[in-house]
Design a protein. Structure first.
Lengths: 192, 168
């Protein structure tokens, strides 16, 4: 029995799966990118702090509403990000299957990010533009037709930018979906 | 062929013949792929430096495993210790996804993780045994007596059995 046990361990020891180095490198690159993405969350917080400062300097209803609304968006965004980033940082074990699992989780995270952006970006843009309009109207900056035309032009410009970003994200979504399909297929092959 | 070219050829032959075993050895001393690659590089470099001084007093395999183990011990002593004593064996379970039935791979991983939890003196003996080394070779690599190898191996097997039993 002892020799059989040792022989079994020996076989298992020698068949430790070698994880494809490309897969490890890709996951490591993604980790760096995800950490940078996490750092970029500082920007909206700084913007939020800016709106608080402005609301204190000009304590009128439009500024206060702009600040409160901005923080609502920031908090919703942060909660979504932290929940969506669960389990994305490291493989559960040093195996090919675990690396594939992690890549699948990251693809799903990216798809969730994109779906979220499709809802969040138009809402945020609308909110900022409406709030900006209120602030400008309240401060008396909009007096003649030309001011309104500039305002409308800015609205259209912002909407156009958001449209382009969403169109690019749609293309990215297709790419990520294709990668996810490949990884799910690979995962099935590993379990067979 | 110049002496350096001959040395390089010998070095590459040694690495290609023992690369798998050295990689497994490095993995048994480290916690992730990146550290394993680092240690493997360290071992390869140490072998390269020591190779010109090898006079055939032992087999090449014993020679490179001795270097590898010494390098690995230096490596872990310079880093946060993994499991170095029997008291430290009760580590939390790694996160294995229960929904996935990677049965074969998980069995291999269970063995690998159990070995990783062994105190270093037992881990050395069991990994060399699993690399098909004889008592005499292991004694030569580790610089201990053959009877000591037997004692350590028995204890290592017993601990490994217990660890695998607990994790079933």
């Amino acid at each position: 029995v002892n020799e059989e046990e040792l022989e079994l361990w020996r076989r298992q020891w020698h068949s430790q799966p070698a994880i494809p180095i490309e897969l490890i490198r890709k996951v490591e690159r993604q980790t760096v990118y995800l950490k940078l993405q996490r750092l970029s969350l500082i920007l909206p917080v700084l913007v939020g702090i800016g709106t608080i400062v402005l609301a204190f300097m000009t304590p009128t209803l439009p500024w206060v509403l702009l600040s409160v609304g901005t923080w609502v968006f920031i908090i919703v965004g942060l909660v979504f990000q932290f929940r969506n980033d669960k389990d994305i940082w490291a493989p559960a074990a040093e195996t090919t299957a675990a690396y594939v699992d992690l890549s699948i989780i990251r693809c799903r995270k990216t798809l969730n990010d994109i779906r979220y952006s499709f809802i969040f970006s138009p809402l945020l843009t609308t909110f900022v533009l409406v709030a900006l309009y209120q602030v400008l109207a309240d401060s008396g900056a909009l007096r003649i037709a030309r001011d309104y035309a500039i305002m409308a032009g800015s609205f259209l410009y912002a909407a156009g930018i958001v449209g382009i970003v969403l169109w690019l994200m749609r293309a990215k979504r297709k790419k990520v979906e294709a990668e996810l399909a490949y990884l799910l297929d690979l995962q099935r092959k590993l379990t067979d | 062929m110049s002496a350096r070219a001959a040395l390089e050829q010998r070095f590459h032959q040694l690495l290609s013949a023992n690369g798998g075993a050295l990689s497994r050895l490095a993995a048994s001393y480290t916690n992730n792929a990146s550290d394993r690659d680092d240690l493997f590089q360290d071992i390869a470099l140490a072998i390269w430096k020591a190779l010109p001084g090898f006079r055939g007093e032992s087999s090449e395999r014993t020679f490179i495993f001795r270097i590898a183990h010494n390098r690995a011990i230096t490596y872990i002593s310079q880093r946060r210790p993994t499991s170095t004593s029997a008291e430290e064996m009760d580590l939390p379970d790694p996160r294995l996804n229960p929904e996935k039935d990677f049965a074969r791979e998980q069995q291999e991983m269970r063995l690998f993780e159990a070995i990783h939890r062994l105190p270093v003196e037992y881990r050395q003996v069991i990994t060399l045994t699993l690399e098909d080394m004889s008592y005499a070779e292991i004694a030569d690599v580790l610089g201990i007596g053959e009877s000591n190898v037997g004692v350590r191996l028995n204890r290592a097997r017993q601990m490994l059995r217990e660890l695998l039993e607990v994790r079933k």
